[in-house]
Design a protein around this ligand. Structure first.
Ligand code: DAH
Length: 324
């Protein structure tokens, strides 16, 4: 028996519910609206009908056709793989890679150093870059007329503040606010009126370290620095301690590492905290002992990453930065 218009419509409605892709949609379109489709068959039956029946039949078939076309249009827009107005979307083409940033090599180096000291129980603290004479000089036992003041000279503001020339300032700020025992490292920017060249910059980064308790000794300072430098540069790194002078430590050392055919390279300064520094923060010099150290981040990053010129760090040239 030939199906009626409403039978074809019911069948179509059932099938429309199951359409889940453009392929299904196209198959449906061909089955109903195609040249040899079901609507065509319904239309072909017109000639078997009487003139009166034809009018109703034709109207019904046209109504069904309009309904099916409208349904197809709606489905086509809602299907996930529907083509866009610009043309077909080809999911096999390579995508547009989003620009993912990463940490600057200086930040990477600071994080690595903080991670190593973190494992030895040092907490990371930060201090201000705009400082006073007290924190940058006086409290660190660098008096106004001391010759070593020259090497820590810095930029001054009109109101008498200055840009810190060393992160040792953070030692004072931390000790003023906290009682011993303490174990801190303080990364940050410092400023000096240096002429810029391949190894000098008017701004660079330092990391200061400070440990204070009632019984620490020089062996402990050596142990901490040995372990740090071997973690950073490799377990076979050769390390040398040389006597030196710093106003805020007594005795003081400079620490060198052996670096290929470059020989011994100075890598950091350190020493036992000078009692004058403890006095400046109101600690009882009979009860506390401590050691401190300070290192330059750029220097270490240049050695580890093989960077020949400090100026590369500050130029923001992505061709340079993307390498690290
Ligand atoms: N503040 C020194 C500098 O800028 C580095 C330094 C040396 C820090 C010895 C220290 C230290 O804490 O004990 O060159």
């Amino acid at each position: 028996m030939n199906p009626t218009v409403s039978e074809v419509e019911k069948e179509a409605q059932a099938q429309l519910k199951d359409i889940g892709s453009r392929e299904d949609l196209e198959a449906f379109r061909i089955a109903y609206l195609g040249k040899k489709g079901k609507l065509g068959e319904l239309m072909a039956r017109l000639k078997t009908l009487s003139a009166e029946e034809r009018r109703d039949w034709g109207r019904e078939v046209n109504r069904l056709k309009g309904y099916l076309e409208e349904s197809l249009r709606t489905l086509c827009e809602s299907l996930p793989d529907a083509s866009t107005s610009e043309g077909n979307f080809d999911e096999t083409l390579p995508g547009i890679r989003p620009a993912v940033g990463k940490l600057h090599p200086i930040s990477q180096t600071i994080r690595e150093i903080c991670r190593i000291f973190g494992r030895m129980g040092f907490a990371v603290v930060e201090g201000p870059e705009v400082e006073t004479e007290f924190y940058n000089f006086t409290a660190l036992n660098i008096s106004l007329d001391h010759a070593s003041r020259d090497s820590f000279d810095t930029f001054y503001t009109d109101s008498g503040s200055l840009l810190r020339s060393q992160t040792s300032t953070v030692q004072i700020r931390v000790m003023e606010k906290n009682d011993p025992p303490l174990r801190i490292i303080a990364p940050g920017r410092v400023y000096r009126p240096d002429t810029v060249d391949a190894s000098h910059s008017f701004m660079f980064h330092q990391i200061e370290g400070l440990m204070v308790d009632d019984k620490t000794n020089f062996s402990e300072l050596k142990g901490v620095l040995y372990w740090f430098l071997r973690e950073l540069f490799g377990s076979s790194t050769k390390i040398r301690f040389r006597p030196h002078f710093f106003p805020f430590t007594e005795p003081s050392v400079e620490v060198d590492i052996q670096w290929g055919d470059k020989g011994w390279l100075e890598i950091l300064g350190a020493g036992f905290v000078n009692p004058k520094v403890f006095e400046a923060v109101g600690y009882d010099t009979k009860k506390v002992r401590g050691f401190a150290f300070g290192l330059g981040v750029e220097r270490i990053a240049m050695l580890r990453l093989g960077i020949p010129d400090i100026r590369y760090f500050y130029e923001n040239d992505l061709r340079f930065l993307r390498q690290f």
